[in-house]
Design a protein around this ligand. Sequence first.
Ligand SMILES: [Zn+2]
Length: 418
Amino acid sequence: MKNLFPQFYRLADSELAELFKSAVFIFDANMLLHLYRYPKKARDDLLRILVGLSSENRLWLPYQSALEFQSNRLSVISDQREKYGKVNTVISDIESRLRKELDALELRKRHSSIDPDILLEEISASFNKYRAQLTQLESEQLDVHHEDSIRSEIEKLFAERIGSPFSSEEIEGIFKEGAVRYKAKRPPGYADEDEKKGTYIIDRGMYVKREFGDLIVWKEILQFIKGKKPQGVIFVTDDNKQDWWLRVNGKTVGPRPELLSEVFSEAGLSNFYIYNSERFMSLASQHLGIHVEKDSIEQVKTISSERVKLGNRLYKENRVRLHLVQMYGDRCQICSFDGASEAASIIPVSEGGARVLGNTLLLCPNHHKTFDRGAFSVNDDFTLLGLDGSLRVDQNHEISVDSLKFHRENVYRRPETD
Ligand SMILES: [Zn+2]
């Protein structure tokens, strides 16, 4: 039974140990980008594993993964840095708000026995201490302008171990085949279709559609296996979507059997498996004789699940935005500014607003910012409050009156009259 349907079987422990000893490891772009996201220790642990594999000539990187890595690298670096700024803002906001509200009670003037200064001093001292730690950590983080030591490391590890790119005819062929495969929900890649449709990476004068990125990687893997005939292959990806993993009752049980089956039948290799970052780190620690701290594996897991949440959010945002762009073109509903329009939630998401059409406006960056700050709002008849004119509304855009009411009452700040 097992030799007829190997794709439905998990690896036995002995098979797994064997595979880890002999396999070539193939990585997707996200695994390399994680090197920027992990805390230093976890990063060093992952790098040590990669160095070990590289010295045994057991690393390989699809060209498409290298391309995606290069194209996303700077935004990952700047996202990491942005976090420090955000934490600083939260701390400063709380401190100044506390100060202001205690001042408003005029405790000092009224000879109250309550002394706010003791608290304020202590809080200031501990906030300052924390800020200093943040600054220290931030200085250890890469900046977009810095020389990128992580990339240099990756260049060394994968030198001569990157696949050769498909020709433009081959890429076109994959787009065509992809359209058919995605329609039939044949893995991998179809789960990226809605999120990435309409976005490209430009490479060698070609527009490489991002929605087919996973499929291009997959085709490269199949070709690599057919050409190099390795004893075994392990593909490591941190894409957690259902077009890579088989889920039963919400629990991931392993790679999609269709994928294993395609490698078995199409490329003739039976020693093939797929792991995510967490599983890979912990198995590498067991089977490659490279010690990895438990902490590191925990951190890898956390960052991976943060990515899933972020991915879901971006997906929902993008879906609503694309819908609005279909209605309005890429034009702000207030000033008709063309291009760079953003989806603005009417009830802020932080206050429970849903990412749905009825709670979203399409605004230029400028109006988005001032709308969020409450510099203006919208009446039920779509005339503007705090600004002249009215909102342009498509007949298919059913804006929730409850959302508008919430914005007027909780976000909008009436201009001060004196
Ligand atoms: Zn505008």
